[in-house]
Design a binder for this molecule. Structure first.
Ligand code: GLN
Length: 451
């Protein structure tokens, strides 16, 4: 814990943490020592980890990287963080993210951008860590935390993991409890681990997963031993390669890395099969209707009365307006506007209902594909990390970065990003493995073969 606290202090230029909790970490580490001395201790005993600042932590500032939650100290602990502490983990602090997890670059945080540690060595350009779990990815990559939690609504665990050269695992929707996690789009949000290795991700997931009566969408299933799934043997595994993911204009190095991944899996005894996911082209527009629609409903609770910031006004309405005008950043306002528009009486059928239908077709695409294969292999994102500030004036270009990750959330499937190579400029690239619903074990086994 001491070594990690010192590393965090020495790397404040990365801006990975919103709140550091060194005293809490030392107290928890001491309690761990005492348990270990008594011959007790959990799976994560004494391991210093950090938490995306979207998870409520009792008595510790929880900001969602938004001005509107100023000063909010939750009176309760999220189910997932409680499970991590119960397993013996030590809390180093709360990590930076895009405001309310809306973004792919960590640039929308009220607390400023996070720096990708891979940009330090290159020199001339500061790179984004990806997002929205940018602080999580940056802190694990820079060795400030042994592991971190992330959340993934459309790629926010996998894409930053890819950009920072670490492992990021989004479980099946329902595998982990969402209770106590600040909601963005409730039918898509899922928490998961961000780690240095697939094995670490498997261990973390075993602790984080499990049924929770406090989340009605959490699945009443026993938690498998995910670590035991890492047998190293992928002989006979059928690996689907979706032809629709060969995008025009995708950088040649990403194509090449993808091919290399296919070759590695073949060499390990797996069989690549070409599959088709014909609805892929509708995934981004579908996601960018459904996610803002749900966000506009979830964010209505930030009214200046119940949480955080309050900016006074002459009337109650004016107080709402002033609070939201000052408390929400530009991207959050954009999403609330889109969301309320697509849900409004005149446009509901044309946008929201149509998007829901497409979501079903996208899920069916995967169901059909999984009759021919056991896992699916794709690049994690269509680019490596880009420069800080780039794409900020062009939301559509930013949204395009999520092209390979959002279909997985729409279908509720598990996905993992594994660091698989470097660009010519020496930046990490990730490959994504998608599994069948609640078959994280096969996905983890396949991911192990790519490491
Ligand atoms: N980049 C996507 C968005 O902006 C996904 C974010 C997420 O997964 N939280 O909505």
């Amino acid at each position: 814990a001491k070594a990690h606290i010192a590393a965090i202090e020495a790397s404040r230029d990365l801006n990975a943490f919103i709140t550091e909790t060194p005293e809490k970490a030392l107290d928890m580490a001491k309690a761990s020592d005492e348990r270990l001395a008594r011959g007790e201790g959990g799976v994560l005993e004494g391991l210093p980890i950090a938490i995306k600042d979207l998870f409520c932590t009792k008595g510790v500032l929880t900001t969602a990287a938004s001005h509107i939650l100023d000063g909010f100290k939750p009176p309760y602990e999220s189910t997932i963080t409680q499970k991590l502490w119960d397993a013996g983990a030590t809390c180093l602090g709360k990590l930076n993210l895009d405001e309310f997890a809306m973004g792919s670059s960590n640039m929308t945080s009220y607390y400023g951008p996070v720096i990708n540690p891979w940009s330090k060595e290159g020199g001339n350009r500061q790179l984004v860590p990806g997002g929205s779990s940018g602080g999580s990815a940056s802190s694990v990559a820079a060795r400030l935390a042994l592991a971190a939690t992330g959340t993934d609504t459309g790629g926010s665990i996998r894409q930053p993991a890819g950009f920072c050269g670490i492992v990021g695992l989004k479980p099946t929707y329902g595998r982990c409890s969402r209770w106590g996690i600040v909601a963005f789009a409730s039918s898509l949000d899922q928490a998961g681990p961000m780690t240095r290795t697939v094995e670490d991700a498997a261990i973390m997931l075993s602790v984080m997963a499990g049924h929770d009566p406090k989340d009605s969408t959490s699945a009443p299933l026993a938690v498998p031993d995910f670590k035991a799934a890492l047998t190293g043997d992928i002989r006979g595994l059928r690996v689907g390669i979706p032809k629709e993911y060969r995008l025009d204009g995708m950088p040649a190095e990403i194509e090449a890395l993808w091919q290399q991944g296919i070759d590695w899996m073949k060499a390990a005894g797996a069989t690549p099969v070409e599959i088709s996911l014909p609805m892929t082209k509708y995934a981004l527009p579908t996601y960018y209707i459904i996610a803002p629609a749900e966000a506009s409903a979830n964010l209505s609770r930030y009214d200046g009365v119940r949480f955080g910031l309050r900016v006074p006004g002459a009337s109650l309405d004016e107080m709402y307006e002033n609070t939201r005008a000052e408390g929400f950043g530009a991207e959050v306002k954009r999403r609330v506007l889109i969301g309320t528009y697509v849900l409004s009486a005149g446009y509901y059928d044309a946008y929201y209902l149509k998007a829901q239908r497409l979501r079903t077709l996208i899920a069916k695409d995967f169901e059909q594909a999984f009759q021919q294969c056991d896992v699916i292999l794709t690049p994690t994102a269509p680019s490596a990390a880009f420069g800080i500030g780039e794409k900020m004036d062009d939301p559509l270009a930013m949204y395009l970065n999520d092209v390979f990750t959002v279909p997985v959330n729409l279908a509720g499937l598990p996905g993992i990003s594994v660091p698989a190579g470097l660009t010519a400029d020496g930046l990490p690239l990730g490959l994504q493995i998608i599994g069948r619903a609640f078959d994280e074990e096969t996905m983890i086994r396949a991911a192990g073969a790519l490491e």
